[in-house]
Ligand binder design. Structure first.
Ligand code: AMP
Length: 188
């Protein structure tokens, strides 16, 4: 089963993806985590993307698609993938379809976590205090939210047309959201 966990920054994508790894043995592919690892290791790629990530803007489609392609190849014979924070543009979604098709795979569902903007800001503010992620400060968060609204939200009609979009209320506690996701997957 191959899933996309979808939503704006702070919606809880990473948290719910980790639940799906635990509960269903899926492999989580988070482009944000991959890019942060590149930045921490100060690789050539990390140095290239650092400023863009700090600003809250999106890294180029080419870079993230290459990371995803490499990670799909590096994980043969898995129960499936949970794509977290990817795709974020229509071009990325089209590239993902092609990458999966090349391996005779496809997406089974896109799970949208629905959370309102005020709750997102609360969560990101708390994560900034707890984890100190530089791009969680309120100004950069606004840039990230704008990027979501302009570049990523167009994926909603894209996946609706394909009959893949499922919505789960992401406003409640982590366990309840996980139950909502599980129920939705089990209903098919
Ligand atoms: P995230 O942890 O998913 O919120 O990602 C953190 C940052 O990494 C984003 O604000 C972007 O700068 C970059 N990033 C992560 N995933 C993508 C993606 N699929 N496309 C473009 N940029 C991305």
């Amino acid at each position: 089963m191959n899933l996309v966990i979808f939503g704006p920054p702070g919606a809880g994508k990473g948290t719910q993806a980790k639940r799906l790894v635990q509960d269903r043995g899926l492999v989580q592919l988070s482009t944000g985590d991959m890019l942060r690892a590149e930045v921490s290791s100060e690789s050539a790629l990390g140095q290239k993307v650092n400023a863009v990530m700090k600003s809250g803007a999106l890294v180029s489609d080419e870079i993230v698609c290459e990371l995803i392609a490499a990670n799909i190849v590096a994980n043969p014979d898995v129960a499936g993938f949970i794509f977290d924070g990817f795709p974020r543009t229509i071009a990325q979604a089209e590239a993902l379809d092609q990458l999966l098709a090349a391996k005779s795979m496809k997406l089974d569902a896109v799970i949208r976590l629905v959370v309102d903007d005020a709750a997102l800001l609360d969560r990101i503010t708390k994560r900034f205090e707890d984890q100190g992620r530089k791009d969680d400060n309120p100004e950069t968060f606004q840039v990230r939210l704008d990027a979501y609204n302009t570049q990523t939200a167009p994926l909603l009609p894209f996946y609706t047309k394909q009959g893949l979009l499922r919505e789960v209320d992401g406003m409640c506690a982590i366990d309840e959201v996980a139950l909502g996701v599980a129920g939705m997957l089990d209903r098919g």
